[in-house]
Design a protein around this ligand. Structure first.
Ligand code: SF4
Length: 320
C-alpha cells in the first residue's frame, strides 16, 4: 500500500465580499477552486514532486496533506487513515506524529527569541519526550556544529537556518516530510547543498517527501515522480526522466522551455508566456486553452480527461 493516497482532492474557498457589500453592490457569492479533483499516490521512501506556477494549488495540497486544511471533496489517506474523516482520534494523532513540514522561508519559520536548542527540541518537548542531547545530535546530522545549539537564529545564514528547520522537522522522527519550496529563498549554490542534504537524509533515515516547487529543474534529480499542476488540476504526471526527455503536455513543454539550463548558464531565460487566468472565473474546457499554442475548438468546450500515454499520465486532447 502507498504511504500517501490522494483521491479526487478538491478545495474550494469562499472569497465573497461581506454580506452588506454584496447586497449594496448586488453581487453574488464568489468561490475560488484552488484544487480540483487531484489524485496521486506516494510510495514509502520515495519523493513525489508537485510543480507549477504560483496559484496552481500546490501549497494548498501540501497543507491538506499535513492536516492544516480540510478538503472540500475527496480524501487524503496516510497509511490508510483518512485524516479528515477518521473518528478514532488516537489513530489520527499517531499518523499526524509521522508528518512534518518544512516551509519556504527559514527566516520566518524560526522563533527569533528562542535558542536553536529549544527550537529544534520543541516538537518532542511538546509531547513530553526526552530531549537530552537531541538538538546537538540533529545539528551535527544536518551539517552544523553541536555548539550552535546555544545560538539564536539571527546568528546564521539563510542556508544554515534552513538546515535548522530540517533538524527541527527530523526531531520527532517523521516518516513523511512535506517540503514547501524549501530552497527557493536561498542562493543557487546554497540550494544545491540543502538539496543534497535532504537527499542524503532521505536515504539514511528512510524518509518520504512531498516536494513542492515552482521550478522543474530543482526536482529533476531528486524526485521519483513529478506531478505538474495547472490552475488546481494535475495536467501531467511522470518520472523525471520521461518528463524531461519527452514532455507531453503543452504546459509542461512551456515550463521546460523557460527553465534555466546548466549548459546555457547566463543566458536570458524567457518567462512562461501568457497570464494565469482568474481562478474565480477559470476558462471553460481545458483551463490552459487561452495560453496554449495548439488549442482547437474542442479545447474550449471539453475538459480533457487524464489518460495514460507512453508510461505517463497526461490531460490533453492533442498530446500524442
Ligand atoms: Fe492545449 Fe487543448 Fe491540450 Fe489543453 S487540451 S493543453 S488547450 S491542446
Amino acid at each position: 500500500m502507498a504511504l500517501v493516497s490522494v483521491s479526487g482532492l478538491t478545495r474550494i474557498f469562499d472569497v465573497s465580499k461581506p454580506w452588506l457589500n454584496r447586497v449594496v453592490e448586488q453581487r453574488k457569492k464568489a468561490f475560488l477552486t484552488a484544487v480540483s479533483d487531484v489524485s496521486f499516490e506516494i510510495e514509502e521512501r520515495s519523493v513525489y514532486a508537485l510543480v507549477g506556477e504560483s496559484g496552481s494549488g500546490k501549497s494548498t495540497i501540501g497543507k491538506m496533506l499535513v492536516g492544516l486544511l480540510g478538503p472540500s471533496e475527496g480524501a487524503v489517506e496516510i497509511r490508510g487513515v483518512d485524516l479528515a474523516r477518521e473518528q478514532d482520534r488516537a489513530k489520527v494523532d499517531a499518523v499526524r506524529a509521522d508528518i512534518q513540514m518544512i516551509f519556504q522561508d527559514p527566516f520566518a519559520s524560526l522563533n527569533p527569541r528562542w535558542r536553536v536548542r529549544d527550537i529544534i527540541a520543541e516538537p518532542v518537548a511538546a509531547r513530553g519526550g526526552d530531549t537530552t542531547g537531541l538538538s546537538e545530535r540533529l545539528l551535527e546530522q544536518v551539517g552544523l556544529s553541536a555548539r550552535d545549539a546555544g545560538k539564536f537564529p539571527h546568528e546564521f545564514s539563510g542556508g544554515q537556518r534552513q538546515r535548522i528547520c530540517i533538524a527541527r522537522a527530523l526531531a520527532s522522527e517523521p516518516r513523511l516530510i512535506v517540503c514547501d519550496e524549501p530552497t527557493s529563498a536561498l542562493d543557487v549554490s546554497v540550494q544545491a547543498q540543502v538539496l543534497n542534504l535532504m537527499s542524503d537524509l532521505k536515504d539514511q533515515l528512510g524518509l518520504t517527501y512531498l516536494f513542492i516547487s515552482h521550478d522543474l529543474t530543482v526536482v529533476q534529480h531528486m524526485a521519483d515522480r513529478v506531478g505538474v499542476l495547472y490552475l488546481g488540476r494535475l495536467v501531467e504526471e511522470a518520472t523525471p526522466e520521461d518528463l524531461f526527455d519527452d514532455p507531453k503536455h503543452p504546459y509542461t513543454q512551456m515550463l521546460l522551455a523557460a527553465a534555466p539550463k546548466l549548459d546555457e548558464f547566463g543566458r536570458d531565460v524567457p518567462p512562461p508566456t501568457g497570464e494565469i487566468p482568474d481562478p474565480i472565473n477559470p476558462p471553460s474546457g481545458c483551463a490552459y486553452h487561452p495560453r496554449c499554442p495548439l488549442a482547437t475548438d474542442v479545447c474550449k468546450t471539453t475538459r480533457p480527461p487524464m489518460r495514460m500515454l507512453r508510461g505517463a499520465k497526461v490531460a490533453c486532447h492533442l498530446a500524442q
